[in-house]
Design a protein around this ligand. Structure first.
Ligand code: 5RP
Length: 217
């Protein structure tokens, strides 16, 4: 299996979690795109979806999936999303696609968060993938100085604006031994809209596709 085939296998396995007549929370990225394609095949069985990005909204609408506003949908039974890294505790780095804030909101509003990844995403210690932060543009230099004090090397994602009109700082050089604590510290920096660590609310289940088949943890 190549990497795309593994992403597809994990995404299609997550369809088993979708219950009839429910509204499904949908993440963002190339793995989730396979989930959206699978969801389109059963779109008649669900009420609709809540999207975490403009990109996923456009893909779902193009496939005829009804997209609802989170404020109209209420609590969701299920959120399915990918990740840039996961550790064995299902704590994640997300935001490679820049959709971390809406992803974190939809995850928070969902009873169950199922994360779909290929085997390349599993790490012992989070941080090899640069940790994305969404920041208010006028605060980006201040936030960069504050995160440098935590040992990070912040790099502005150039030419990129989030769906919320903000900037992304990618934090290089971190070895994140206590993800919930770092998430808490970064959340307290004024000007940070969202930290791409999903550790205080980790995934409830990770479906990881490997060359030898699916692993669930
Ligand atoms: C987007 C994300 C994605 O879930 C993450 O970047 C993984 O993407 P892919 O499935 O393309 O590898 O957090 O903000």
């Amino acid at each position: 299996m190549n990497q795309d085939e593994m992403k597809q296998a994990a995404a299609e396995a997550a369809i088993q979690h979708v219950e009839d007549d429910t509204i499904v929370g949908v993440g963002t990225g190339s793995t989730v795109n396979f989930f959206i394609d699978a969801l389109a095949r059963i779109k008649g069985r669900i009420e609709g979806a809540v999207s975490s990005s403009q990109a996923s909204t456009e893909r779902m609408r193009a496939l005829g999936i009804r997209v609802l506003d989170l404020n109209e949908a209420g609590p969701l039974p299920l959120y399915v999303d990918g990740a840039d890294e996961t550790n064995a505790h299902r704590q994640l780095i997300k935001g490679g696609g820049g959709a971390l804030t809406r992803e974190k909101i939809v995850a928070a509003a969902s009873e169950k968060f199922v994360c779909v990844v290929d085997a390349s995403k599993k790490v012992g210690v989070l941080g090899e993938f640069p940790l994305p932060l969404e920041v208010i543009p006028m605060a980006r230099s201040y936030v960069a100085r504050e995160v440098a004090k935590l040992g990070a090397r912040p790099v502005l994602r150039s030419g990129f604006v989030t769906d919320n009109g903000n900037d992304i700082l990618d934090l290089h050089g971190l070895s994140i031994v206590n993800p919930p604590e770092l998430e808490e510290r970064i959340n307290q920096i004024v000007g940070v809209v969202c930290c791409g660590l999903f550790a205080q609310r980790p995934a409830d289940e990770v479906i990881m596709a490997t060359p030898d088949g699916l692993q669930v943890f």
